[in-house]
Design a protein around this ligand. Structure first.
Ligand code: SF4
Length: 306
């Protein structure tokens, strides 16, 4: 394999096929409710960067998910929608507990913003490590504060550093979310972001192309001709650049986003993941490239466990 694909690690760790339960924890986001902003990130649609909003509690969602399990499978409980650590600590505990209701659940994963990580949250997440693997997914998207302001991210990049440091102190690993094709960014800026994340004790990286969803600020920019999404070819080359410059010990959790279905406006090629993944691997193999082959810096052993 041309890069460290997370599914290989999961198979090795848990000895089974792993499925992800995407849970809507009923959270909101401080970039939407007024704590640090109201409009949200300019690309974020009504789903809050996650699966469709559920009207059920976590326990009910878990019961539904577990009703369709197959023999021999194991599961990751993943809080994907909005900001999965943005609630009072007792509410977080109740929802995380409900998501770990079955012994076949081998990991708890929480997607959040770096400005919603503090000591209490890190301590709570670490408290689950005796019964399951735990990791946190931090939406960074870019190291550039200029781009961060342009996309209305609502926090400075230095906040990411303090979140990773807090989580590390409690032994909780982070996965960083990055986006290619952000407004005003080119491949050189994307690689500055890769150089930046290479400095941190992360578990892995999720990358996807910026896409335009209906009823977002980015959609209005797109309609006015102020934003042009990446082409299929442009994204494949961006992804290869990211992989080749990324530290070789990190795990790749994703190289494509989940298409937002009917909300998607552009680019339409993001609807199909397989052609993107196949083309990234094909071009890397053809050129003899591998994750980290252009990385220059300290080497670390491959992470064996989150
Ligand atoms: S932080 Fe996430 S949920 Fe909040 S506005 Fe941005 S993308 Fe949406």
């Amino acid at each position: 394999m041309e890069y460290n694909n997370l599914s290989a690690l999961l198979r090795r760790l848990y000895g089974a096929k792993i499925r992800k339960f995407c849970i809507d924890g009923g959270f909101t986001c401080p970039n939407r409710d007024g704590r640090c902003g109201t409009g949200g990130c300019i690309f974020c649609g009504e789903r809050g960067a996650g699966e469709h909003i559920q009207k059920k509690g976590v326990a009910q969602q878990m019961a539904g998910a577990l009703a369709s399990v197959k023999p021999g499978e194991k599961y990751i409980s993943y809080f994907q929608n909005f900001t999965g650590t943005y609630a009072p600590i007792e509410v977080l505990k109740e929802r995380y507990d409900a998501a770990l209701c079955d012994e076949r659940i081998v990991a708890l994963t929480v997607g959040t913003r770096p400005d919603c990580i503090d000591e209490d949250v890190a301590r709570l997440l670490a408290s689950y490590k005796s019964r399951t693997d735990v990791w946190v997914e931090l939406g960074l998207q870019t190291e550039s504060d200029l781009t961060a302001a342009r996309i209305n991210r609502g926090y400075k990049t230095e906040v990411f550093e303090s979140a990773v440091e807090t989580l590390s102190r409690y032994g909780v690993r982070a996965v960083v979310h990055l986006m290619a094709g952000l407004p005003g960014e080119d491949r050189a800026q994307l690689l500055r972001t890769v150089d930046y994340v290479n400095r941190f004790p992360l578990f892995g990286v999720k990358l996807h192309s910026t896409y335009v969803c209906r009823d977002t600020v980015l959609c209005r920019m797109y309609e006015k001709g102020e934003y042009t999404p990446l082409t299929f070819d442009g994204y494949v080359e961006d992804a290869i650049a990211v992989l080749t410059h990324l530290r070789p010990d990190l795990w790749i959790h994703r190289l494509t986003g989940d298409s937002p279905g009917a909300l998607l406006v552009a680019p339409l090629w993001v609807r199909k993941k397989d052609p993107v993944l196949i083309e990234i691997r094909r071009r890397m193999a053809e050129r003899g490239l591998r994750q980290g082959c252009c990385y220059v810096g300290p080497q670390f052993p491959l992470i064996e466990k989150p």
